[in-house]
Ligand binder design. Structure first.
Ligand SMILES: *Cc1c(COP(=O)(O)O)cnc(C)c1O
Length: 383
């Protein structure tokens, strides 16, 4: 029976329930190691850095949801991105989107560049010309997010994959903002998908996790080798938390997206708001493209206030909405990118991307939308 994605989030890939007493919830195999029946024999599990049944169950689930052949679960999103970068060698070059989650360019700059990998950042959402010009014979990968964090620029994944493949490179897509429920880059030609599982996949702001998902079995084997060797794998209990989070991914994303559109409309009506950037709005430049490559627009929105002095007032006065970094949880969070998620991005890059000190990012949760607008109404009343 071929199941829809909503059902696959719940019924996962568990084909061996009888062996586990019919337990409906997948067990947490809280063990570091596994005993062998005899010399040269294995239960299939040797040591939890290499394989653990709970983590494997999660990996199978994420691989299936992203239409990959394999997914590797890491302790954090950054650990997953680092493991992917370990597939490169000194001398290799990567063309990256310029508006990325702030931790990613910090990793490129402070960890990868000293080891001899070079990066050129471009704006992929304007089309492929700039990226095509940045490619050199040493280019091994293109690295994008779509929509980007926090400017919500949308890149044509199919076009980026075509460009990468025409020039002998792979396309890596950070799919954190939409989750596999709304977008599957591997089906659009991407070679590697990374996730901060901390966000929508776990969904409750109670654990950190990361994933790298691939189609090509050769790439999968190399990634497994890196993960077992560097050991930044997700622990059994955290794997279980993410498995539990994924069960409600579909309903959470649907409700959060519905709320996000309502809040985008509400914000557009406020005289203190100069700009609302949400791809679900028909006037967003990426709106039509997203309809061709995603099943929805997500629940992340960015807005700009008319005066910088409004920022601390809003951050202080929101009550139900919490002032915190992170995103993708059940609770709505308001973030100030220039001092939080993007604090380490050089000022000239922020300026080029239009990321000003009047920009706030809202991760819309699944609360009742009237409570969210009431909270914003009272916070805006303090301006
Ligand atoms: C949070 C985030 C990351 C980093 O993930 P961690 O789990 O915090 O290490 C990477 N990419 C995006 C888009 C993110 O939002």
């Amino acid at each position: 029976m071929s199941l829809s994605i909503e059902s696959r989030c719940i019924h996962l890939e568990d084909d061996d329930r009888a062996a586990r007493y019919g337990a409906v919830s997948f067990p947490i195999y809280q063990t570091a190691t596994f005993a062998h029946p005899a010399l040269g024999q294995s239960t299939g599990y040797d040591y939890s850095r290499v394989q653990n049944p709970t983590r494997q169950q999660l990996e199978k689930t994420v691989a299936a949801l992203e239409s990959g052949t394999d997914a590797v679960a890491f302790a954090t999103g950054m650990a997953a991105i680092l493991a992917v970068m370990e597939l490169l060698a000194p001398g290799d070059h990567v063309v990256t989107e310029s508006d990325l989650y702030g931790g990613t360019p910090r990793l490129f700059r402070t960890v990868c560049e000293p080891r001899g990998i070079t990066f050129t950042s471009v704006n992929f959402s304007k089309g492929m010309e700039e990226a095509a010009q940045a490619i050199t014979p040493a280019t091994k990968a293109l690295y994008i997010e779509t929509p980007t964090n926090p400017m919500m620029n949308v890149t044509d994944i199919r076009a980026a994959a075509e460009l990468a493949h025409a020039r002998g490179a792979v396309l890596i897509v950070d799919n954190t903002f939409l989750s596999p429920y709304l977008q599957n880059p591997l089906t659009l030609g991407a070679d590697i998908v990374v996730h901060s599982g901390t966000k929508y996949l776990s969904g409750h702001n109670d654990t950190l996790a990361g994933f790298a998902v691939v189609k090509d079995p050769v790439l999968a084997a190399r990634l497994r080798e890196v993960s077992k060797t560097i050991g930044a794998n997700l622990a059994p209990f955290d794997s279980w938390l993410v498995l539990r989070g994924i069960q409600t991914l579909a309903v959470r994303m649907d409700r959060a997206e519905e709320n996000a559109l309502a809040l985008a409309h509400w914000l557009q009506k406020q005289p203190q708001v100069s700009r609302v950037i949400y791809p679900g709005l028909p006037e967003h430049p990426g709106h039509e493209l997203m309809k061709c490559q995603a099943r929805g627009f997500g629940a992340m929105l960015t807005f700009e206030v008319t005066d910088k002095t409004y920022v601390p007032v809003l951050l202080k006065n929101v009550k139900l909405i919490r002032f915190a970094e992170s995103l993708g949880g059940t609770e709505s969070l308001l973030t100030y990118p220039v001092t939080q998620t993007h604090a380490d991005v050089p000022p000239e890059v922020l300026a080029a991307n239009g990321l000003t000190d009047r920009i706030l990012r809202l991760s819309v949760g699944i609360e009742n939308v009237n409570d969210l607008t009431a909270d914003l109404t009272q916070a805006f009343a303090a301006l």
